[in-house]
Design a protein around this ligand. Structure first.
Ligand code: GLN
Length: 242
């Protein structure tokens, strides 16, 4: 971490922030400040350069056309890839997740290169759009409680050998390939289809990112009452028969 300031970068709020994904940066920022950390947050619009010295980068979801524009600009800019090369922690949602992979199918029906930071490939699913509340078990190696989120995507994502499934769905579609996986991750880069915003529903993920960025095993506890109430409500909603 640079000069004992935790540097958060929210990538392209003007293109990638559907379903309140902005909440992810707010939750990470708040939980870091609650631990007494100095936080510098930078919101980088798509006409600005991505700084390469961030500690944690957050990338949200987006509609198909903004997703293509974001991918073009991120490839041209190169900053996010350089930051990944510097070991930055990157967490991405839905369209952002697809962009971090090797390729996805864009709004024009063409294969669009991603940044290749996560070993996944996305295409357009031929079945019904994946929409609804999701309940999933996060890879036990990450030591996190069950994952609650909301999904809305046509893309389906296959995981290659150098990435691991982030979670296994109990309810919902996740990566949409029928193999029960949801999201993907490697040492420093995470992707998920979960909106919610996912950090508000799963603050333990925000804490994981902070711990990875600080290279510490634990953080002091914080007040969890409202997060727990939201989690209980959304988990019950997922479990309710449609
Ligand atoms: N456009 C992408 C899809 O439908 C991502 C959608 C999203 O980010 N919600 O797969």
């Amino acid at each position: 971490m640079s000069e004992s300031v935790l540097r958060l970068v929210w990538v392209y709020p003007d293109l990638l922030s559907t379903y309140g994904d902005q909440g992810n940066v707010l939750v990470v920022e708040r939980r870091a400040r609650q631990r007494g950390l100095n936080v510098a947050r930078v919101d980088v619009r798509s006409d600005q350069q991505i700084p390469t010295s961030g500690d944690i980068y957050l990338v949200g979801g987006g509609e198909d056309r903004p997703q293509r524009l974001a991918a073009e600009r991120l490839r041209r800019d190169g900053g996010l890839s350089r930051a990944a090369g510097n070991g930055a922690i990157i967490f991405s949602v839905c369209a952002g997740y697809q962009i971090l992979g090797h390729e996805f199918v864009n709004d024009l029906g063409r294969r669009e290169p991603g940044l290749g930071l996560l070993d996944v490939v996305s295409e357009r699913g031929t079945g019904e759009r994946c929409v609804g509340d999701v309940l999933a078990d996060i890879d036990p190696r990450l030591g996190l409680p069950e994952l609650t989120g909301f999904e809305n995507h046509q893309g389906v994502t296959r995981i290659g050998p150098s990435a691991k499934p982030f979670a296994r769905v109990r309810i919902g579609k996740g990566n949409g390939t029928g193999d029960g996986t949801e999201g993907a991750y490697n040492e420093t880069v995470f992707g998920t289809y979960m909106h919610g915003p996912v950090m508000a529903r799963n603050p333990a993920i925000a804490d994981l990112l902070i711990k990875l960025a600080l290279d510490v095993n634990a953080l002091p506890p914080v007040e969890e009452t409202w997060y727990e109430a939201l989690r209980a409500e959304r988990i019950a909603a997922a479990e309710r028969p449609a």
